[in-house]
Design a protein around this ligand. Structure first.
Ligand code: GLY
Length: 333
């Protein structure tokens, strides 16, 4: 099922009905869900991304196959989704905040541990590319709001209205009731995160989002926060998050996944432990929100895991571009 279709129709009780026939444990299902076998020799290059984004991974693969860098691959891959007006969670066409403003968050990180990010960026479609310019052309890591927009325009980015008719309509429908309940709403989280290893064996990652739909004006999530939404360590591996950003920030999720891999965990084990960390927090109300991680290690082994069903990872490796349903924690819904 396409993520949008699911998200549109889903309620948490709906998830419960859908997962009733797959009550097997994590260890049993991980292999059948396309997770790398730790003993299998991984093949480079490869790219993975959150959700079903085959056009984006195809773009990244093209670059990698032609000897391009992982950094170029993840930037160009993310740009595909940022330009896709039908996607209402990233770039142009993203759903606005409660006041009708589309505000974007994005970050990028290369094999040297350099990184750049933008938060609360308005009127510029390709937030990931602005983040790359912050990394490469400034002594800073993060630019916000009007400063980020001014910087982007100075760098030649085009100013555009990001609120499409479809997203405006969705917002106007939302405004009738104005129910601001991000905690129980898992519909809004489709951040695109992408991780790649190039032919030279170098890792890079990127992450881009319009964030939580109908959020409070000024709200920023995990996606532009290095260590939360994304972390890359070229010696170990990389991880990226999607889902309710507040919960990812509270556990510094992507950094945690990479550090677990440093301690010897496989990418799959690391993603599962990081999700457990969220679920096991005192008073965790994990039943009412979604978080998902994908990860890759230096050998090219991959993993993905989420709290609830229907999270997926797209992987392009050995010429095959496939979307794989992730295994998940909550089998009781
Ligand atoms: N993970 C995206 C956000 O919460 O904004």
């Amino acid at each position: 099922m396409k993520r949008r279709k699911f998200l549109k129709n889903a309620s948490l009780s709906g998830i419960g009905l859908a997962i009733g026939n797959s009550l097997t444990n994590c260890a049993e299902t991980s292999a059948s869900k396309g997770v790398s076998d730790p003993l299998e020799e991984a093949s480079l290059p490869l790219v993975i991304a959150t959700w079903d984004v085959k056009n984006a991974t195809a773009k990244a693969w093209d670059i990698l196959q032609n000897g391009g860098t992982a950094l170029d691959a993840v930037e160009q891959g993310c740009r595909v989704e940022e330009a896709n007006e039908k996607g209402q969670s990233v770039g142009k066409g993203g759903l606005p905040d409660r006041d009708g403003n589309v505000t974007l968050d994005a970050c990028i990180m290369n094999q040297n541990g350099d990184c750049g990010s933008v938060v609360f960026l308005r009127n510029i479609t390709h937030a990931v590319s602005v983040a790359r310019k912050v990394m490469e052309d400034t002594p800073h890591v993060m630019l916000a709001g009007t400063g980020a927009e001014k910087f982007a325009i100075q760098k030649g980015f085009k100013k555009e209205n990001l609120l499409t008719e479809a997203s405006k309509k969705s917002w106007e429908t939302w405004k009738i009731k104005s129910e601001y309940s991000p905690i129980i709403n898992i519909e809004n989280h489709d951040t695109i995160g992408m991780l790649a290893i190039d032919k030279a064996g170098n890792l890079s990652g990127a992450c881009t989002t319009s964030g939580l739909a109908y959020k409070l004006n000024g709200r920023v999530g995990d996606s532009p926060i290095i260590g939360s939404g994304l972390f890359v360590d070229n010696e170990i591996g990389a991880a990226v998050a999607t889902g309710l950003g507040e919960e990812v920030v509270k556990t510094v999720g992507s950094f945690l996944v990479v550090e677990l891999m440093r301690q010897g965990k496989t990418p799959q084990e690391a993603c599962e432990i990081a999700i457990q960390r969220i679920v096991n927090k005192p008073n965790s109300n994990y039943k009412n929100f979604q978080v998902g991680y994908i990860a890759i290690n230096k050998k090219g082994l991959t993993g993905s895991f989420s709290i609830h069903q229907w999270f997926s990872m797209t992987k392009f490796q050995k010429g095959v571009n496939e979307t794989i349903q992730s295994n998940y924690f909550n089998k009781d819904a």
